[in-house]
Design a protein around this ligand. Structure first.
Ligand code: F0G
Length: 370
């Protein structure tokens, strides 16, 4: 008698359920999202990222303040963009789109490429030449996107993709696409689901200002539906060389080593201002040195490797730490994985590689300090 092979239709859900009872953020938060039975859900089981207690950071603040980091770098393509992209690509697929396009400092392009290709669509990404971290570029290429590097910055690229999407059959999946923010708001739901309430402060890096807008939307919706008793103060941080929201004017030539947030004219500018006002929040700038200090602190003392732009949330919190209320709960959003930008890690680590050591036990032990 020959054994029959079990149908994959049966075995896959069974294994998935046993291994991980998470079905992606659209299934989890379906009642809060603009999807219907007709929406083909394109998912890589994104979301459900850890909210990690950060005691070394809390210790620098003292006064009973509790700090957590929302490690969204653990999403399938390594950044929070996956939250927005599962929605944007599912809706584009529902609408019959055959191709999508985005401008990107890197992470959006990686996420757009992965989800679009998974959905059987073409992905075009336009990036500022020379200012996209290696890991992100590698992802977009390997996922199979058409990657076009322009002699211009992110703001130039965004202007061009807006025009292209108006004139050609390509759907725009930057955060001006409303489905992006719908998906990204689920990060706020997850924070409240874990803490049991909203935090007092939410510290977040700001570039194009989509994510701060999405988080606020999520906190407000959960508050309205009785899932939380309060709303957080939204604390947005920009890199000092790319800080239009703090300066109150466009920055023509934005500059920062945190290339993910190297943006001089945020598309969601007005929405971000509205969030700041509604939440009695603040926007502040952090220097590249402050970003790097937080980046190293997160890695070497918390064991959390994020990309430089993400560390802006922690750098910002430490900068304004004297204003954190006593016993407050603070969540810092870590938007992207450190592996995205290996060059930055190698260049800016205080630690050095001990090279040229012979394969000799005594000598190795000596190098080890024994
Ligand atoms: N952190 C990271 C790691 C990012 O990649 C971005 C934006 C932000 C923060 C800022 O988020 O734009 O919603 O305020 N990256 C975009 C991109 C611009 O193309 O990947 P935002």
């Amino acid at each position: 008698m020959t054994l029959s092979t079990p149908s994959t239709k049966l075995i896959y859900p069974t294994i998935a359920k046993a291994a991980n009872n998470w079905h992606g953020l659209i299934e989890t938060y379906r009642p809060y999202l603009p999807v219907s039975e007709a929406t083909p859900v394109v998912t890589l089981l994104e979301g459900n990222t850890p909210l990690i207690p950060a005691q070394a950071i809390a210790a620098k603040i003292g006064r009973g303040v509790k700090v957590y980091v929302k490690y969204d770098g653990l999403n399938p393509t390594g950044s929070f963009k996956d939250r927005g992209m599962t929605m944007a690509i599912s809706k584009a697929k529902e609408d019959g789109a055959k191709a999508v396009i985005c401008a990107s400092t890197g992470n959006t392009s990686a996420a757009a490429a992965a989800y679009a290709r998974r959905a059987g669509m073409k992905a075009f990404v336009i990036i500022p030449d020379g200012y996209v971290a290696l890991g992100k570029l590698a992802q977009a290429l390997l996922y199979g996107a058409e990657v076009i590097a322009i002699d211009g910055n992110f703001d130039d690229a965004l202007t061009i993709v807006r025009q292209l999407s108006e004139n050609y059959p390509v759907t725009l999946v930057n955060s001006v696409n409303p489905y992006r923010l719908q998906g990204q708001k689920t990060a706020a739901f997850e924070v409240v689901d874990v803490l049991g309430d909203a935090p007092d402060w939410l510290c977040i890096p700001v570039g194009n200002a989509g994510n701060i807008t999405a988080y606020w939307m999520g906190f407000c919706e959960y508050h309205t539906s009785g899932k939380s008793s309060r709303l957080p103060k939204m604390m947005g941080f920009q890199a000092a060389g790319s800080a239009p929201l703090i300066l109150g004017e466009r920055v023509a030539n934005p500059d920062t080593l945190a290339t993910a947030i190297r943006i001089g004219n945020p598309a969601n500018w007005q929405k971000a201002i509205a969030v700041k006002e509604a939440s009695a929040g603040e926007f502040n700038a952090v220097t590249d040195e402050e970003i790097l200090a937080a980046y190293r602190l997160l890695a070497a003392e918390e064991g959390v490797f994020c990309e430089p732009a993400s560390a802006a949330s922690v750098a910002g919190l430490l900068k304004v730490k004297d204003r954190v209320p006593e016993n407050a709960t603070v969540v810092c959003v870590l938007t992207g994985n450190g592996l995205k930008d290996p060059d930055c890690a190698v260049e800016h680590s205080f630690n050095e590689l001990k090279q040229g050591v012979p394969k000799d036990l005594q000598q190795i032990a000596k190098v080890m300090g024994f």
